[in-house]
Write a protein that binds this ligand. Sequence first.
Ligand SMILES: [Ca+2]
Length: 209
Amino acid sequence: MMETNKIRACALFMIAALLLVVSAWAVEKTGLLAKWDFEEIGLKGWTLDAPSKDFVFALEKDSVHSGKACVRMEKLQDASSRPGYAYANIKIPQGSGFNSVKMQLFVRTKGLSDGEAVIRILLHREGKVIDMIPMSRNGKEPFIALPASEQWVQVKGTGVVPRDIDSLTVIVASTVGKGIVWLDDISVEGSVEEADANQNTDKKQDAGK
Ligand SMILES: [Ca+2]
């Protein structure tokens, strides 16, 4: 009887150990690629590309979401063929195998309607832009539309990316309208998601039929 109990205990231990190994193996591989809270680092990493002074991208110390600073993007004129944008490059660690990118940020706006300011993410391979990531909720539009809100709101976007990309460019732009966007606590995370990647591929194939 004693021996049977020992065998049972041993079998249970082995099953528990096996489950632990399987669950560890199934855990997603994730990594933070970039984070901007605009505190000590300020606007380091961001570049403004605007043909006139009608487009502003600057640090703001009032009404922040976190700490003592956020960023203010302001479009002073409605009519402009090329208003401008601000961008930041992010390197993807070699061999990470990331096939999904998640972006989170906090935003508030003044004077702009839903979607008049957007965030786009460009994919690069060997120094060349190869695509934009569809980041919207339905996985089709190649941007995150920023909502009109005078209070801070969290915005999230997730997109599938090829495993062999080497960098991303995050672009903040205002398409139409005249107004202000404040951004804070922007983070970009890469992950390896087997199931999701397959589902999204299926969706794309369905959409193409
Ligand atoms: Ca902050």
